[in-house]
Design a protein around this ligand. Structure first.
Ligand code: OAD
Length: 249
């Protein structure tokens, strides 16, 4: 028995434009580490200041790109879990009934695409694509480790992952698309994110301000829990399929 499942499912069944934001937790059941969980979080073992900033890349591009290549290969090897699949099914169901679905993700792993989600806005970029630091040209490296660090582009300049680092702006087209979606959102869901990183964390607040119900799915309380309309406690791979089934019933 999942507490609040029924009222949340009813709201989902009645919504016209569902906006979902996901964080690292949605990929945890695919074996990808989160950032801030006390036991498994990446930032427990690795210092973001030395790995996830433009300054770190300038100071030690070999170490930074080696670390990102390790994570890239892990993402490529991972498979979507039932949480990703439920979100893709939710999108298909809403579109069949002429309703709208927008998926904002802070994840860089591309697992939502792999599960079949279509309207995905990558707020923090993608680790699967890399870009030339001289020309800005993006490319998708093959599914094999780079043979030099930093790897080089065709232009001979270092490549970097096409992700957003601390201190960098989010991609403007992604931000514009997310803000546009929030104008007509009448149900907001926050799944597997600690809701501490802005501006992503601000979308749930905006939804509440506009009067849209907010459903949170997370095994642990977060800074959003207090203001969410319903907090569904548990893993997204377990909760989301139940929520979708109840909404579609
Ligand atoms: P966090 O690591 O901060 O939070 C992960 C959340 O997922 C926590 O609230 C967990 O309780 C929850 N969680 C764990 N397992 C779960 C499961 N099976 N199902 C559902 N939820 C689960 O990750 P994010 O909120 O994504 O940015 O972090 C946001 C950003 O901070 C990241 O995109 C990254 C990081 O620093 C950059 O690297 C720029």
């Amino acid at each position: 028995m999942i507490e609040h499942l029924q009222p949340a499912a009813l709201a989902l069944a009645q919504a016209r434009h569902v906006v979902v934001i996901t964080g690292a937790g949605v990929s945890a059941e695919s074996g990808i580490r989160t950032f801030r969980d006390t036991m498994e979080g990446l930032w427990k073992d690795f210092d973001p200041a030395r790995l996830a900033t433009p300054e770190a890349f300038a100071a030690d591009p070999a170490t930074v790109t080696r670390w990102y290549d390790w994570r890239r290969l892990g993402c490529l090897a991972a498979e979507p879990n039932p949480g990703h699949v439920a979100l893709a099914k939710l999108e298909a169901w809403l579109s069949e009934t002429n309703r709208t679905f927008t998926l904002l993700t802070q994840n860089v792993d591309r697992l939502h695409h792999k599960a079949g989600s279509r309207n995905v806005i990558e707020l923090h970029g993608s680790i699967i694509e890399w870009r030339c630091t001289r020309t800005g040209r993006k490319s998708t490296p093959p599914n094999a480790p780079f043979d030099e660090f930093p790897p080089r582009s065709e232009a001979g300049a270092p490549l970097r992952p096409d992700v957003v680092w601390f201190g960098e702006a989010l991609p403007q087209p992604a931000l514009d698309a997310a803000e546009h979606a929030m104008h007509t959102c009448d149900l907001f869901m926050s799944v597997g994110t600690s809701s501490v990183v802005y501006p992503a964390a601000g979308f749930a607040e905006l939804a509440r301000y506009r009067g849209a119900p907010v459903i949170e799915v997370n095994p642990a309380p977060t800074s959003l829990t207090r203001t969410a309309t319903w907090s569904l406690r548990g893993r997204s791979g377990q909760i989301l399929p139940h929520l979708l089934n109840a909404a579609m019933a």
